[in-house]
Design a protein. Structure first.
Length: 297
């Protein structure tokens, strides 16, 4: 794939493979920046709590990505974790609303707590949608040297295709998840306790990597059987959902407290599996949580 992506014609929506090239170029620029940092003694700030932190490098990484995306496709909308929604700099053909909307969903550092602590389990995640349909995605773990990507062909790891693999039976399954998470645990403590126990009793092992995007990438690669979270944002999962599906996996989502069905990457709760086979305990737990959320509306 060409990471020095040329500008597309302003009147045309780029192909999925071209959009992937643009995302790869932006992710690569940010990865170069992050690899060059001395991560000892990083200053951190708290957004909503001590579980939700940000560093100056999250913001710098996002600005690098946004600058590259703006250079290569100024007609695109960008939704970033740190900068929020940035509308297109110019309409696709000079007539706003006449063309499909290309959106980039950008997490400049997914796994900021890992990043700030010196762990290598963090990544850049860029998902691409055209009119809310995911068409491309890249997850770049710069210290690990792993670049997962997909457009309309095979999902790849460092350019090599990821082949479909079945989801193992529950007793042999490895799940990557921080289920149920801090916010869900605080709101529904009884469900959190019994649900986590049910999950751990039903599968071989549960591990939490601290990065939703990396967990999705590793499920796509077949290194784990499933991943699930109960509260998430679009920039965390847009790339990963697309990569999982192009690798032969399956994704199911739930609408959360509002109960409004949206495109999968805009839903707050999900279970992704490495194959089409599902892990019943995870889907059942999300069904139970959805019922609890509906009852509180």
């Amino acid at each position: 794939m060409n990471t020095n992506a040329p500008r597309p014609s302003p009147a045309a929506v780029p192909s999925p493979s071209h959009l992937l090239d643009i995302a790869l170029a932006a992710a690569s620029a940010a990865a170069d920046y992050l690899r060059g940092l001395d991560r000892d003694g990083l200053a951190r700030e708290y957004k909503t709590s001590s579980h939700d932190i940000v560093t100056e490098h999250d913001r710098a990484s996002e600005e690098i990505i946004v600058s590259e995306l703006r250079r290569l496709l100024p007609t695109a909308r960008i939704v970033g974790e740190e900068g929020g929604e940035r509308p297109a700099e110019q309409p696709a053909d000079g007539n706003e609303g006449a063309e499909p909307v290309v959106s980039f969903y950008v997490d400049p550092i997914d796994g900021t707590s890992n990043f700030a602590a010196g762990l290598p389990l963090f990544c850049i995640s860029i998902g691409v949608a055209v009119d809310d349909e995911l068409v491309a995605g890249v997850i770049d773990a710069p210290v690990l040297g792993q670049v997962f990507a997909a457009a309309d062909g095979d999902a790849t790891l460092n350019g090599r295709p990821l082949r479909p693999r079945p989801t193992r039976d529950s007793a042999d399954a490895l799940v990557l998840s921080g289920f149920p998470g801090q916010r869900t645990g605080a709101q529904f403590p009884e469900f959190a306790g019994t649900g986590l126990r049910a999950l751990e009793d039903s599968v071989s092992a549960v591990r939490h990597l601290g990065s939703a995007a990396i967990e999705l990438a590793y499920v796509a690669a077949g290194w784990a059987d499933a991943t699930a979270l109960t509260q998430i944002n679009s920039w965390d999962v847009a790339a990963g959902f697309h990569i999982v599906r192009r690798a032969g996996g399956s994704v199911r989502t739930w609408p959360g407290a509002e109960g409004v069905q949206r495109p999968d990457h805009l839903q707050p709760a999900y279970v992704a599996c490495t194959g089409q086979e599902r892990l019943p305990v995870l889907d059942a737990l999300q069904d139970e949580l959805q019922a609890l959320r509906a009852a509180t509306r």
